[in-house]
Design a protein around this ligand. Sequence first.
Ligand SMILES: [Zn+2]
Ligand SMILES: [Zn+2]
Length: 240
Amino acid sequence: MSTEVWSKADLHIHSNHSDGTGSIPQIMEYAATKTDLKVIAITDHNTIEGALFAKELEDLYGIEVVIGEEVSSKEGHVLGLFITEEIEPGLSALETIRRITDQGGTAIIPHPFSAQGVYGPFGRSAFLATLSDMAFNALEVYNSVPYLGLANRLAAKVFSGGQGIAAVGGSDAHMVHSVGRGYTVFRGTTADDLRRSIDELETHAEADRGGLALALRYVRAVPQIRRLRAANWERCRVTS
Ligand SMILES: [Zn+2]
Ligand SMILES: [Zn+2]
């Protein structure tokens, strides 16, 4: 690959099709006009409905969309990108990863050491023990949800050994203004380039924290996020 052009992609965004507060058009408008992201992945909890809608709007907004899903596996959340078929929640993490890769998708373990992460807050040894069995493609070493600082640092630390897994970042945005606060830097400009760059382990994670104002905005949005989670309970629950 000769290109030395590097671009940004936010690989982890929720819409109001699960527990995000923003609609797909609001997310697309924000990403296209307020960020320098080239690619965004819509990754609602246990549904690709919003992602399919976003894909239809990509020409209108001039930003490329990756169809994704944040699947609630028995052990915790698993992100599937570049998928075409929705994956049901409640399967083992291993089976969830298999269903993602079987349909040509890219499997990512998001916020691996958070409470809803596959390895839980204290799972460093479990992570190392299962690494060889879990055929995922990438680990989210940066997630911009406030209060995940420790989990992010642990993910980055465990990762620093370099186990042949790509490092990616995402905002895990549940509000439009959080889109792009965490992102993945990849070689090239398109979604195809992004996928290839992950496969070739070239990517890395970066943060654009947005400071205190964004953290306060998040705190104010929490009741609304909880209400959306309740309204979309069947979609958002962790089935364990
Ligand atoms: Zn999650
Ligand atoms: Zn998420």
